[in-house]
Unconditional design. Structure first.
Ligand SMILES: Nc1ncnc2c1ncn2[C@@H]1O[C@H](COP(=O)(O)OP(=O)(O)OP(=O)(O)O)[C@@H](O)[C@H]1O
Length: 337
């Protein structure tokens, strides 16, 4: 049984989780997480933010120094065995044996979890098929492409049919095609199979594409949590930009935009460009275009840019994601000196 709050089954339920390492590093400083079963949850943060430490606690590899959590309804301290049975973990560093075939890797993994006979073979075949590896299942893994190896990694994590899958940076190092294939697989696992996935990533786009909910972690704390759209909507909306046809009167265009009654906010003119923000840029444009056309003002081109998760990150942490990554890389270098 998984825990439940107000009718929602929670696959992960953490309260005030803390980890202070010996030597005093406060890697996780009071994290609360409520992750409904059957959803993909993205944990997003630069290197050193505390994501791995949080995941290590939830997967029973590291004991919390404060707070409590349950995974699939089991307490991560008192019921470690049950938690381990209920979860699958796909680490960044592949655990596959490249000198064995894909199928052999899966069979070995299944045996570790006590699977045998028909059930074991059926599950291995099912996963090879699901991940498009059926044809290469009997080939040595050393002949696989990066994308194929990564799929096998995920299949290994799923062999014993866990309820919750921890996926660490699933597409690092993959080319764009392999990355989008992997995204498709992850979506299907949650939607068709009801699997709960905790995805750790420092790719903003990955979290945006896959996660129903995501939390931005910075310096051991969750600084904001919500759906990607909610988080982006908290900014001032889409950026709308209209390039007026040569000879147009941009100031008149601005007055017309203002008369539209709040469809656009923060309206400004720069040469022949009329700019503004809108909660629903794509919805705002047609009415605005019609009003401009009616006043004989023609528009050469329109762009609507959605706020990105990078904008969200910036708002909540005061620095861009890239700047945070660079700062973390610098700090790690200094530590090594
Ligand atoms: N075993 C340890 N002992 C002491 N400090 C540690 C240990 N493991 C991690 N830390 C520190 O805890 C902080 C959080 O590290 P953590 O690995 O959890 O971050 P992260 O967000 O997962 O980063 P990455 O993406 O690089 O894994 C960092 O300052 C790190 O140096």
């Amino acid at each position: 049984m998984t825990a439940s709050t107000a009718g929602t089954r929670l696959a992960i339920d953490a309260s005030d989780l803390v980890k202070t390492y010996k030597g005093g590093v406060q890697a996780v400083r009071g994290v609360n997480l409520r992750i409904p079963a059957g959803t993909v949850f993205g944990l997003l943060g630069p290197n050193g933010a505390g994501k791995s430490t949080l995941v290590r606690m939830l997967t029973t590899l590291s004991a919390p120094t404060g707070g409590s959590a349950s995974v699939a309804g089991f307490d991560i301290v008192r019921q470690q065995k049950q938690v381990r049975r209920a979860i699958g973990c796909v680490a960044q560093n592949s655990g596959v044996d490249v000198q064995a075939t894909g199928r052999e890797n899966l069979l070995l993994q299944g045996r570790v979890y006590g699977m045998r006979g028909v059930e074991l073979n059926r599950r291995a075949d099912e996963l090879l098929l699901r991940f498009g590896l059926a044809e290469v299942g009997n080939r040595f893994v050393k002949t696989y492409s990066g994308g194929m190896k990564r799929k096998l990694d995920v299949a290994l994590g799923l062999m014993h049919s866990p309820q919750v899958l921890f996926l660490d940076e699933p597409t690092t190092g993959l080319d764009p095609e392999a990355r989008s294939e992997m995204w498709e697989q992850i979506r299907e696992l949650a939607w068709d199979q009801g699997l709960t996935i905790l995805l750790t990533t420092h790719y903003l786009e990955e979290a945006d594409q896959l996660a129903r909910n995501l939390a931005i972690v910075d310096q051991g704390r969750i600084v904001v949590e919500g759906t990607p759209d909610e988080l982006k909507a908290q900014l001032n909306g889409d950026a709308v930009s209209l390039e007026l046809a040569a000879g147009s009167d941009a100031d008149t265009a601005k007055s017309i935009a203002l008369e539209q009654g709040g469809v656009l906010s923060e309206i400004g003119v720069d040469g022949l460009t009329l700019r503004g923000r809108s909660a629903d840029g794509a919805g705002a444009v047609p009415a605005l275009l019609a009003a401009l056309e009616a006043a004989d003002i023609h528009v050469a081109s329109v762009t609507v840019a959605r706020p990105s998760l990078d904008d969200v990150y910036m708002r909540y942490t005061g620095r861009s994601f890239n700047a945070a990554e660079q700062a973390a890389a610098h700090a790690a270098k200094e530590e090594k000196k």
